[in-house]
Design a protein around this ligand. Structure first.
Ligand code: NI
Length: 166
């Protein structure tokens, strides 16, 4: 396994639209293993392939305390959503920045597993928020883009300063 490099906002590559996965083979499994390792090493709860500059529709999530309940969503689609919830989000591509975003409270998600088998789940709570956040990445959207233009500009200059000093 290998650690992958995570792109940082405002890197333009984060705005790439991910393509559907069509080959469910050992290369895909290796990539999923690398994504999971990268997410765990960064102490994240979710990671989208877009964030490691691979533009395929792959998401990994693990919300468990022990970090032993990996959830993989390939070609995910939200087919139903309801309610509204506000939550303070963060993102491995926007280090050190946390802000409130309003999303659907409950979502129904259709996706495929690493073997290519379809499944449907209903999610609420943090899982629903996390799935919506990661699917946004696959569509080229970073959570800070829900914030005001003023806040986005502040975040951009703060991150540019951090990159320079690191
Ligand atoms: Ni993110």
């Amino acid at each position: 396994m290998a650690l992958l490099n995570i792109l940082h906002y405002p890197d333009k590559r984060l705005h790439t639209i991910a393509q559907p996965v069509t080959h469910f083979d050992s290369n895909l499994q290796h990539f999923i293993d690398d994504m999971a390792e990268t997410m765990y090493a960064s102490r994240g709860i979710g990671l989208a392939a877009t964030q490691v500059d691979v533009h395929q529709q792959v998401i990994v999530i693990d919300l468990s305390e022990e970090k032993n309940q990996l959830q993989v969503f390939i070609n995910p689609k939200i087919t139903q959503s309801s309610g509204e919830v506000e939550y303070e989000e963060g993102c491995l591509s926007v280090p050190g920045i946390f802000d409130k975003v309003t999303r659907a409270e409950m979502v129904t998600v259709e996706a495929q597993n690493p073997q290519g088998e379809s499944f449907t789940i209903q999610a609420d709570g943090l899982l629903a928020i996390c799935i919506q956040h990661e699917i946004d990445h696959l569509r080229g959207k970073v959570f800070v883009e829900y914030l005001s233009r003023l806040k986005q500009n502040r975040i951009k200059s703060k991150l540019k300063k951090q990159e320079k000093n690191s």
